[in-house]
Design a protein around this ligand. Structure first.
Ligand SMILES: *Cc1c(COP(=O)(O)O)cnc(C)c1O
Length: 483
Protein backbone atom coordinates (compact mmCIF):
# COMPACT_ATOMS: atom_id res chain seq x y z
CA UNK A 1 0.00 0.00 0.00
CA UNK A 2 1.39 3.40 -1.03
CA UNK A 3 0.30 6.91 -0.09
CA UNK A 4 -0.13 10.08 -2.12
CA UNK A 5 -0.79 13.70 -1.23
CA UNK A 6 -4.31 15.00 -1.81
CA UNK A 7 -2.64 17.59 -4.06
CA UNK A 8 -0.45 15.15 -5.99
CA UNK A 9 -0.60 15.11 -9.76
CA UNK A 10 0.60 11.72 -11.02
CA UNK A 11 1.63 8.72 -8.94
CA UNK A 12 5.42 8.92 -9.14
CA UNK A 13 6.24 9.89 -5.55
CA UNK A 14 3.93 7.50 -3.67
CA UNK A 15 5.31 6.58 -0.22
CA UNK A 16 5.00 3.66 2.18
CA UNK A 17 3.11 3.91 5.47
CA UNK A 18 6.09 4.35 7.80
CA UNK A 19 7.44 7.30 5.80
CA UNK A 20 4.19 9.24 6.01
CA UNK A 21 3.83 8.19 9.66
CA UNK A 22 6.77 10.39 10.57
CA UNK A 23 6.16 13.13 7.99
CA UNK A 24 2.63 14.24 8.90
CA UNK A 25 1.83 16.85 6.27
CA UNK A 26 2.93 16.26 2.66
CA UNK A 27 5.65 18.55 1.28
CA UNK A 28 3.18 20.10 -1.21
CA UNK A 29 0.87 21.17 1.65
CA UNK A 30 -1.63 18.36 1.05
CA UNK A 31 -2.64 15.42 3.24
CA UNK A 32 -1.72 11.80 2.63
CA UNK A 33 -4.26 9.25 1.44
CA UNK A 34 -3.78 5.63 0.38
CA UNK A 35 -3.78 5.21 -3.40
CA UNK A 36 -6.97 3.24 -2.97
CA UNK A 37 -9.02 1.96 -0.05
CA UNK A 38 -8.89 -1.77 0.65
CA UNK A 39 -12.31 -3.44 0.20
CA UNK A 40 -14.16 -5.18 3.02
CA UNK A 41 -16.49 -7.90 1.78
CA UNK A 42 -19.23 -9.52 3.85
CA UNK A 43 -17.18 -12.68 4.33
CA UNK A 44 -14.27 -10.78 5.86
CA UNK A 45 -16.56 -8.86 8.18
CA UNK A 46 -18.24 -12.06 9.39
CA UNK A 47 -14.82 -13.58 10.02
CA UNK A 48 -13.89 -10.45 12.02
CA UNK A 49 -17.07 -10.81 14.04
CA UNK A 50 -15.63 -14.05 15.37
CA UNK A 51 -12.18 -12.52 15.79
CA UNK A 52 -13.51 -9.62 17.88
CA UNK A 53 -15.50 -11.98 20.09
CA UNK A 54 -12.64 -14.45 20.58
CA UNK A 55 -9.53 -12.28 20.63
CA UNK A 56 -10.75 -8.75 21.25
CA UNK A 57 -10.29 -5.24 19.92
CA UNK A 58 -6.47 -5.28 19.57
CA UNK A 59 -6.59 -8.33 17.29
CA UNK A 60 -9.25 -6.69 15.13
CA UNK A 61 -7.16 -3.50 15.00
CA UNK A 62 -4.05 -5.38 13.84
CA UNK A 63 -6.01 -7.17 11.11
CA UNK A 64 -7.75 -4.05 9.84
CA UNK A 65 -4.79 -1.67 9.99
CA UNK A 66 -2.68 -4.37 8.36
CA UNK A 67 -4.75 -3.84 5.18
CA UNK A 68 -3.28 -0.32 4.96
CA UNK A 69 0.42 -1.10 5.20
CA UNK A 70 3.04 -3.60 4.11
CA UNK A 71 6.12 -2.23 5.86
CA UNK A 72 5.46 -3.57 9.38
CA UNK A 73 5.39 -7.36 9.82
CA UNK A 74 1.97 -8.64 10.97
CA UNK A 75 3.37 -10.06 14.22
CA UNK A 76 4.97 -6.70 15.11
CA UNK A 77 1.76 -4.85 14.30
CA UNK A 78 -0.23 -7.16 16.54
CA UNK A 79 2.27 -6.55 19.35
CA UNK A 80 1.83 -2.78 18.92
CA UNK A 81 -1.99 -2.85 18.87
CA UNK A 82 -1.97 -5.16 21.89
CA UNK A 83 0.23 -2.71 23.80
CA UNK A 84 -1.99 0.24 22.77
CA UNK A 85 -5.41 -1.29 23.43
CA UNK A 86 -5.18 -3.09 26.75
CA UNK A 87 -7.33 -3.21 29.84
CA UNK A 88 -4.42 -1.57 31.67
CA UNK A 89 -4.79 1.64 29.67
CA UNK A 90 -8.52 1.51 28.93
CA UNK A 91 -11.06 1.20 31.72
CA UNK A 92 -13.11 -1.42 29.83
CA UNK A 93 -11.56 -4.64 28.46
CA UNK A 94 -13.77 -4.31 25.36
CA UNK A 95 -11.92 -0.98 24.69
CA UNK A 96 -14.92 0.42 22.74
CA UNK A 97 -18.11 -0.97 24.29
CA UNK A 98 -21.51 0.04 22.90
CA UNK A 99 -24.71 0.62 24.86
CA UNK A 100 -28.26 1.27 23.75
CA UNK A 101 -30.15 4.33 24.98
CA UNK A 102 -33.38 2.85 26.37
CA UNK A 103 -35.00 0.68 23.71
CA UNK A 104 -34.84 3.32 20.99
CA UNK A 105 -32.79 3.59 17.80
CA UNK A 106 -29.84 5.41 19.38
CA UNK A 107 -26.74 3.69 20.71
CA UNK A 108 -23.58 5.10 22.23
CA UNK A 109 -20.15 3.96 21.02
CA UNK A 110 -17.90 4.63 24.02
CA UNK A 111 -14.60 6.06 22.76
CA UNK A 112 -13.57 7.75 26.01
CA UNK A 113 -12.36 4.90 28.21
CA UNK A 114 -8.69 5.71 27.62
CA UNK A 115 -6.13 7.33 29.93
CA UNK A 116 -7.39 10.91 29.43
CA UNK A 117 -11.12 10.14 29.07
CA UNK A 118 -11.30 11.53 25.54
CA UNK A 119 -11.62 9.81 22.17
CA UNK A 120 -8.23 11.19 21.05
CA UNK A 121 -6.68 8.39 23.13
CA UNK A 122 -8.03 5.88 20.60
CA UNK A 123 -5.63 7.14 17.95
CA UNK A 124 -2.88 8.60 20.10
CA UNK A 125 -2.16 5.42 22.06
CA UNK A 126 -1.41 3.59 18.82
CA UNK A 127 0.55 6.54 17.44
CA UNK A 128 2.84 6.38 20.51
CA UNK A 129 3.54 2.70 19.84
CA UNK A 130 4.11 3.28 16.11
CA UNK A 131 6.45 6.26 16.65
CA UNK A 132 8.58 4.43 19.20
CA UNK A 133 8.76 1.34 16.97
CA UNK A 134 9.66 3.15 13.77
CA UNK A 135 12.14 5.57 15.37
CA UNK A 136 13.95 2.62 16.97
CA UNK A 137 14.02 0.79 13.65
CA UNK A 138 15.62 3.83 12.00
CA UNK A 139 17.95 4.53 14.94
CA UNK A 140 16.39 7.99 15.12
CA UNK A 141 14.63 10.23 17.64
CA UNK A 142 12.07 13.04 17.71
CA UNK A 143 11.14 16.14 19.68
CA UNK A 144 7.41 16.74 19.56
CA UNK A 145 6.73 20.44 20.07
CA UNK A 146 3.01 21.09 20.20
CA UNK A 147 0.36 23.52 21.39
CA UNK A 148 -2.86 22.55 23.07
CA UNK A 149 -5.88 24.12 24.68
CA UNK A 150 -6.84 20.86 26.35
CA UNK A 151 -7.62 17.36 25.10
CA UNK A 152 -5.09 16.79 22.33
CA UNK A 153 -2.06 17.73 24.40
CA UNK A 154 -2.90 15.58 27.37
CA UNK A 155 -3.80 12.65 25.14
CA UNK A 156 -0.46 13.01 23.31
CA UNK A 157 1.48 13.17 26.58
CA UNK A 158 -0.17 10.05 28.00
CA UNK A 159 0.67 8.26 24.75
CA UNK A 160 4.32 9.40 24.63
CA UNK A 161 5.29 9.35 28.31
CA UNK A 162 8.36 7.27 29.12
CA UNK A 163 9.00 6.37 25.48
CA UNK A 164 12.49 5.81 24.09
CA UNK A 165 13.65 8.32 21.52
CA UNK A 166 10.75 10.75 22.02
CA UNK A 167 10.63 14.04 23.94
CA UNK A 168 7.49 16.18 24.23
CA UNK A 169 7.39 19.93 24.82
CA UNK A 170 3.75 20.98 25.07
CA UNK A 171 2.69 24.62 25.18
CA UNK A 172 -0.52 25.59 26.98
CA UNK A 173 -2.06 29.02 27.49
CA UNK A 174 -1.39 29.90 31.16
CA UNK A 175 -4.50 29.68 33.31
CA UNK A 176 -6.88 28.91 30.45
CA UNK A 177 -7.53 25.20 30.72
CA UNK A 178 -10.08 23.62 33.03
CA UNK A 179 -8.72 22.57 36.47
CA UNK A 180 -9.19 18.92 35.49
CA UNK A 181 -7.26 19.34 32.22
CA UNK A 182 -4.42 21.19 33.98
CA UNK A 183 -4.21 18.54 36.66
CA UNK A 184 -4.19 15.75 34.08
CA UNK A 185 -1.23 17.20 32.23
CA UNK A 186 0.79 18.89 34.95
CA UNK A 187 0.73 15.85 37.24
CA UNK A 188 2.91 13.91 34.77
CA UNK A 189 6.46 13.60 36.08
CA UNK A 190 8.08 11.59 33.26
CA UNK A 191 11.46 13.06 32.29
CA UNK A 192 10.57 13.12 28.57
CA UNK A 193 7.41 15.23 29.07
CA UNK A 194 7.77 19.00 29.54
CA UNK A 195 4.64 21.04 30.16
CA UNK A 196 4.87 24.74 29.45
CA UNK A 197 2.53 27.53 30.57
CA UNK A 198 2.89 30.35 28.05
CA UNK A 199 1.99 33.87 29.02
CA UNK A 200 -0.62 34.18 26.27
CA UNK A 201 -3.67 32.56 24.64
CA UNK A 202 -3.88 29.37 22.55
CA UNK A 203 -3.20 31.23 19.29
CA UNK A 204 0.04 32.58 20.79
CA UNK A 205 1.10 29.03 21.65
CA UNK A 206 0.36 27.90 18.10
CA UNK A 207 2.26 30.85 16.64
CA UNK A 208 5.31 29.96 18.74
CA UNK A 209 5.24 26.38 17.45
CA UNK A 210 4.90 27.62 13.87
CA UNK A 211 7.76 30.09 14.31
CA UNK A 212 10.04 27.36 15.65
CA UNK A 213 9.13 25.01 12.77
CA UNK A 214 9.78 27.77 10.24
CA UNK A 215 13.49 27.65 11.21
CA UNK A 216 14.49 24.75 8.94
CA UNK A 217 17.98 24.35 10.42
CA UNK A 218 16.66 24.17 13.98
CA UNK A 219 13.87 21.84 12.91
CA UNK A 220 16.39 19.43 11.36
CA UNK A 221 18.91 19.60 14.20
CA UNK A 222 16.33 18.93 16.91
CA UNK A 223 14.20 16.49 14.87
CA UNK A 224 11.01 18.47 15.44
CA UNK A 225 7.88 16.44 14.85
CA UNK A 226 4.14 16.74 15.43
CA UNK A 227 1.18 14.61 16.44
CA UNK A 228 -1.58 16.72 14.89
CA UNK A 229 -4.88 15.40 13.68
CA UNK A 230 -3.91 15.29 10.00
CA UNK A 231 -1.53 12.37 10.64
CA UNK A 232 -2.86 9.46 8.58
CA UNK A 233 -1.91 6.92 11.27
CA UNK A 234 -4.31 8.62 13.68
CA UNK A 235 -7.06 8.41 11.12
CA UNK A 236 -6.55 4.75 10.26
CA UNK A 237 -6.58 3.85 13.96
CA UNK A 238 -10.03 5.46 14.14
CA UNK A 239 -11.44 3.36 11.29
CA UNK A 240 -11.16 0.32 13.58
CA UNK A 241 -13.89 1.42 15.99
CA UNK A 242 -16.38 2.02 13.18
CA UNK A 243 -15.89 -1.64 12.31
CA UNK A 244 -16.05 -2.79 15.95
CA UNK A 245 -19.22 -0.76 16.63
CA UNK A 246 -20.83 -2.20 13.50
CA UNK A 247 -19.91 -5.73 14.63
CA UNK A 248 -21.30 -5.14 18.12
CA UNK A 249 -24.59 -3.55 17.02
CA UNK A 250 -25.48 -5.88 14.12
CA UNK A 251 -25.84 -9.64 14.17
CA UNK A 252 -25.41 -10.61 10.56
CA UNK A 253 -24.08 -9.59 7.15
CA UNK A 254 -25.25 -6.53 5.27
CA UNK A 255 -27.20 -4.86 8.09
CA UNK A 256 -26.96 -1.10 7.75
CA UNK A 257 -26.42 1.28 10.63
CA UNK A 258 -25.67 5.00 10.79
CA UNK A 259 -23.17 6.96 12.85
CA UNK A 260 -23.59 10.40 14.44
CA UNK A 261 -20.29 12.15 15.12
CA UNK A 262 -19.49 15.27 17.17
CA UNK A 263 -17.18 17.04 14.74
CA UNK A 264 -14.40 19.60 14.92
CA UNK A 265 -11.42 18.97 12.67
CA UNK A 266 -13.25 16.28 10.64
CA UNK A 267 -10.83 13.57 11.81
CA UNK A 268 -13.30 11.29 13.55
CA UNK A 269 -15.99 11.40 10.87
CA UNK A 270 -13.38 11.16 8.10
CA UNK A 271 -12.49 7.74 9.52
CA UNK A 272 -16.19 6.90 9.15
CA UNK A 273 -16.05 8.01 5.54
CA UNK A 274 -13.04 5.71 5.00
CA UNK A 275 -14.87 2.78 6.65
CA UNK A 276 -17.91 3.39 4.46
CA UNK A 277 -15.72 3.68 1.34
CA UNK A 278 -14.19 0.30 2.24
CA UNK A 279 -17.66 -1.23 2.13
CA UNK A 280 -18.71 -1.27 5.79
CA UNK A 281 -22.54 -1.16 5.67
CA UNK A 282 -23.02 2.42 6.90
CA UNK A 283 -26.18 4.11 5.67
CA UNK A 284 -25.56 7.68 6.82
CA UNK A 285 -22.77 9.67 8.42
CA UNK A 286 -24.52 12.28 10.55
CA UNK A 287 -22.16 15.19 11.17
CA UNK A 288 -22.85 17.35 14.23
CA UNK A 289 -21.26 20.71 14.98
CA UNK A 290 -21.75 23.18 17.79
CA UNK A 291 -22.25 26.91 17.21
CA UNK A 292 -19.02 26.82 15.15
CA UNK A 293 -20.94 25.42 12.22
CA UNK A 294 -18.55 25.79 9.28
CA UNK A 295 -18.99 22.11 8.35
CA UNK A 296 -22.74 22.03 8.89
CA UNK A 297 -22.90 24.98 6.51
CA UNK A 298 -20.92 23.05 3.88
CA UNK A 299 -22.99 19.87 4.12
CA UNK A 300 -26.23 21.85 3.93
CA UNK A 301 -25.30 24.37 1.25
CA UNK A 302 -22.11 23.36 -0.57
CA UNK A 303 -20.29 26.48 0.64
CA UNK A 304 -17.07 25.91 2.62
CA UNK A 305 -16.24 29.13 4.41
CA UNK A 306 -13.64 28.82 7.20
CA UNK A 307 -13.93 31.48 9.87
CA UNK A 308 -11.33 33.82 11.31
CA UNK A 309 -10.29 33.31 14.92
CA UNK A 310 -12.39 36.36 15.88
CA UNK A 311 -15.43 34.57 14.43
CA UNK A 312 -14.70 31.32 16.28
CA UNK A 313 -16.79 31.18 19.44
CA UNK A 314 -15.71 29.69 22.75
CA UNK A 315 -18.52 27.23 23.53
CA UNK A 316 -19.40 24.65 26.15
CA UNK A 317 -18.27 21.87 23.77
CA UNK A 318 -14.79 23.38 23.42
CA UNK A 319 -13.09 20.54 21.51
CA UNK A 320 -15.33 21.35 18.55
CA UNK A 321 -14.47 25.07 18.53
CA UNK A 322 -12.69 25.12 15.21
CA UNK A 323 -12.53 27.72 12.48
CA UNK A 324 -11.36 25.41 9.69
CA UNK A 325 -11.49 21.63 9.55
CA UNK A 326 -7.97 20.36 8.97
CA UNK A 327 -8.96 16.89 7.72
CA UNK A 328 -11.71 18.07 5.38
CA UNK A 329 -9.36 18.14 2.39
CA UNK A 330 -9.24 14.34 2.46
CA UNK A 331 -12.97 14.06 1.84
CA UNK A 332 -12.87 16.69 -0.90
CA UNK A 333 -10.04 14.75 -2.59
CA UNK A 334 -12.22 11.62 -2.68
CA UNK A 335 -15.22 13.62 -3.85
CA UNK A 336 -13.19 14.93 -6.80
CA UNK A 337 -11.79 11.51 -7.72
CA UNK A 338 -8.31 12.43 -6.41
CA UNK A 339 -7.91 15.26 -8.88
CA UNK A 340 -4.94 16.87 -7.10
CA UNK A 341 -4.96 19.99 -9.25
CA UNK A 342 -8.63 20.65 -8.48
CA UNK A 343 -8.08 20.04 -4.74
CA UNK A 344 -5.17 22.47 -4.73
CA UNK A 345 -7.27 25.10 -6.48
CA UNK A 346 -10.12 24.78 -3.95
CA UNK A 347 -7.87 24.90 -0.88
CA UNK A 348 -5.63 27.65 -2.26
CA UNK A 349 -8.76 29.81 -2.38
CA UNK A 350 -9.46 28.92 1.25
CA UNK A 351 -5.87 29.58 2.36
CA UNK A 352 -6.10 33.15 1.12
CA UNK A 353 -8.93 33.81 3.56
CA UNK A 354 -11.59 32.91 1.02
CA UNK A 355 -14.12 30.13 0.57
CA UNK A 356 -15.39 27.77 -2.10
CA UNK A 357 -18.87 27.04 -3.30
CA UNK A 358 -19.72 23.73 -4.98
CA UNK A 359 -23.50 24.07 -4.67
CA UNK A 360 -25.41 22.91 -7.73
CA UNK A 361 -22.58 20.64 -8.95
CA UNK A 362 -22.85 16.86 -9.41
CA UNK A 363 -20.15 16.53 -6.75
CA UNK A 364 -22.26 18.29 -4.14
CA UNK A 365 -25.24 16.13 -5.07
CA UNK A 366 -23.00 13.07 -4.47
CA UNK A 367 -22.13 14.20 -0.94
CA UNK A 368 -25.58 13.09 0.18
CA UNK A 369 -26.49 10.44 -2.39
CA UNK A 370 -23.21 8.55 -2.81
CA UNK A 371 -21.35 9.43 0.36
CA UNK A 372 -24.24 9.39 2.84
CA UNK A 373 -23.46 12.65 4.65
CA UNK A 374 -26.11 14.70 6.45
CA UNK A 375 -25.49 17.35 9.09
CA UNK A 376 -26.85 19.62 11.77
CA UNK A 377 -25.68 21.96 14.51
CA UNK A 378 -26.41 22.32 18.18
CA UNK A 379 -26.33 25.21 20.65
CA UNK A 380 -25.52 25.53 24.34
CA UNK A 381 -29.25 25.41 25.17
CA UNK A 382 -29.65 22.26 23.02
CA UNK A 383 -26.79 20.39 24.65
CA UNK A 384 -27.87 21.32 28.17
CA UNK A 385 -31.42 20.19 27.38
CA UNK A 386 -30.22 16.93 25.83
CA UNK A 387 -27.92 16.11 28.76
CA UNK A 388 -30.78 16.76 31.18
CA UNK A 389 -33.32 14.74 29.20
CA UNK A 390 -31.12 11.67 28.70
CA UNK A 391 -30.31 11.76 32.40
CA UNK A 392 -33.92 12.05 33.57
CA UNK A 393 -35.47 9.66 31.04
CA UNK A 394 -32.77 7.00 30.75
CA UNK A 395 -30.26 7.53 33.57
CA UNK A 396 -27.61 8.07 30.88
CA UNK A 397 -25.09 10.86 31.42
CA UNK A 398 -23.24 12.20 28.36
CA UNK A 399 -20.65 14.95 27.99
CA UNK A 400 -21.43 18.18 26.06
CA UNK A 401 -19.78 17.01 22.80
CA UNK A 402 -21.66 13.75 22.75
CA UNK A 403 -24.82 15.71 23.57
CA UNK A 404 -24.35 17.79 20.41
CA UNK A 405 -24.28 14.60 18.35
CA UNK A 406 -27.34 13.16 20.14
CA UNK A 407 -29.21 16.42 19.48
CA UNK A 408 -28.48 16.21 15.75
CA UNK A 409 -28.94 12.43 15.51
CA UNK A 410 -32.48 12.76 16.84
CA UNK A 411 -33.37 14.92 13.82
CA UNK A 412 -32.36 12.09 11.49
CA UNK A 413 -33.84 9.04 13.20
CA UNK A 414 -35.26 6.59 10.64
CA UNK A 415 -35.45 2.82 10.87
CA UNK A 416 -31.78 1.83 11.20
CA UNK A 417 -29.81 1.92 14.48
CA UNK A 418 -27.73 5.07 14.91
CA UNK A 419 -24.48 4.85 16.87
CA UNK A 420 -23.61 8.19 18.45
CA UNK A 421 -19.87 8.31 19.08
CA UNK A 422 -19.22 9.36 22.66
CA UNK A 423 -16.04 11.44 22.59
CA UNK A 424 -15.41 12.43 26.23
CA UNK A 425 -16.50 11.60 29.75
CA UNK A 426 -18.75 14.06 31.65
CA UNK A 427 -16.13 14.49 34.42
CA UNK A 428 -14.08 16.71 32.10
CA UNK A 429 -16.89 19.26 31.76
CA UNK A 430 -18.32 19.45 35.25
CA UNK A 431 -19.73 23.00 35.00
CA UNK A 432 -21.99 22.26 32.00
CA UNK A 433 -23.10 18.95 33.52
CA UNK A 434 -24.05 20.74 36.73
CA UNK A 435 -26.04 23.28 34.76
CA UNK A 436 -27.92 20.44 33.03
CA UNK A 437 -28.66 18.05 35.88
CA UNK A 438 -28.16 20.14 39.03
CA UNK A 439 -25.18 18.26 40.39
CA UNK A 440 -21.59 17.52 39.46
CA UNK A 441 -20.72 14.44 37.39
CA UNK A 442 -19.23 11.43 39.14
CA UNK A 443 -15.43 11.21 39.16
CA UNK A 444 -14.35 7.78 37.86
CA UNK A 445 -12.10 6.01 40.33
CA UNK A 446 -9.01 6.23 38.12
CA UNK A 447 -9.21 10.06 38.19
CA UNK A 448 -9.87 10.44 41.92
CA UNK A 449 -7.39 12.82 43.53
CA UNK A 450 -5.85 13.94 40.22
CA UNK A 451 -6.55 17.59 41.06
CA UNK A 452 -4.64 17.36 44.36
CA UNK A 453 -1.21 15.90 43.47
CA UNK A 454 2.08 17.74 42.75
CA UNK A 455 2.42 19.76 39.53
CA UNK A 456 5.27 20.07 37.07
CA UNK A 457 5.06 22.98 34.64
CA UNK A 458 7.54 25.52 33.25
CA UNK A 459 6.48 29.16 32.87
CA UNK A 460 7.51 30.74 29.59
CA UNK A 461 7.15 34.26 28.17
CA UNK A 462 5.48 34.55 24.77
CA UNK A 463 8.86 34.58 23.03
CA UNK A 464 10.29 32.20 20.44
CA UNK A 465 13.89 32.62 21.67
CA UNK A 466 12.83 31.43 25.11
CA UNK A 467 11.11 28.41 23.53
CA UNK A 468 14.20 27.65 21.47
CA UNK A 469 16.34 27.62 24.64
CA UNK A 470 13.83 25.37 26.39
CA UNK A 471 13.93 22.82 23.54
CA UNK A 472 17.74 22.85 23.52
CA UNK A 473 17.84 22.35 27.30
CA UNK A 474 15.22 19.61 27.19
CA UNK A 475 17.08 17.62 24.55
CA UNK A 476 20.34 18.17 26.44
CA UNK A 477 18.82 16.88 29.66
CA UNK A 478 17.73 13.56 28.15
CA UNK A 479 20.96 11.60 27.63
CA UNK A 480 19.13 8.59 26.21
CA UNK A 481 17.16 10.57 23.65
CA UNK A 482 19.66 11.13 20.87
CA UNK A 483 20.65 7.86 19.23
C1 LIG B 1 -11.31 16.34 19.25
C2 LIG B 1 -12.68 16.16 19.79
C3 LIG B 1 -13.83 16.19 18.96
C4 LIG B 1 -13.75 16.50 17.48
O1 LIG B 1 -13.12 15.50 16.74
P1 LIG B 1 -12.54 15.80 15.28
O2 LIG B 1 -11.81 14.59 14.87
O3 LIG B 1 -11.64 16.99 15.43
O4 LIG B 1 -13.70 16.10 14.40
C5 LIG B 1 -15.06 15.97 19.53
N1 LIG B 1 -15.20 15.74 20.85
C6 LIG B 1 -14.13 15.71 21.68
C7 LIG B 1 -14.35 15.48 23.13
C8 LIG B 1 -12.84 15.89 21.19
O5 LIG B 1 -11.79 15.87 22.03
Amino acid sequence: MRYLSTRAVGADDAKPFCDILLEGLAADGGLFLPEEYPRLDAGTLEQWRGLLAAEGYAALAARMIGLFLDDIPASDLERLTTAAYTGGKFSDPRIVPVSRIGDGPLWLGHLSNGPTAAFKDMAMQLLGELFEYELARRGSWMTIVGATSGDTGSSAEYAMRGREGIAVVMLTPAGRMTPFQQAQMFSLTDANIVNVAVDGVFDDCQDLVKALNADAAFKAEYHLGAVNSINWARLVAQVVYYVSCWLRVTDGPGQEISFAVPTGNFGDICAGHVARSMGLPIRRLILATNENDVLDEFFRTGVYRPRSSEQTWATSSPSMDISKASNFERFIADLYGRDGARVRELFDAVAEGGSFDISGTPEFEAVRTSYGFVSGSSTHADRVATIGRLWREHGVLVDPHTADAVTVAEQYVADEPVVVLETALPVKFAATIEEAIGCRPPVPERFAGVEEGPRRVVDLPNDVEALRRLVVDTVGSLPNLVR
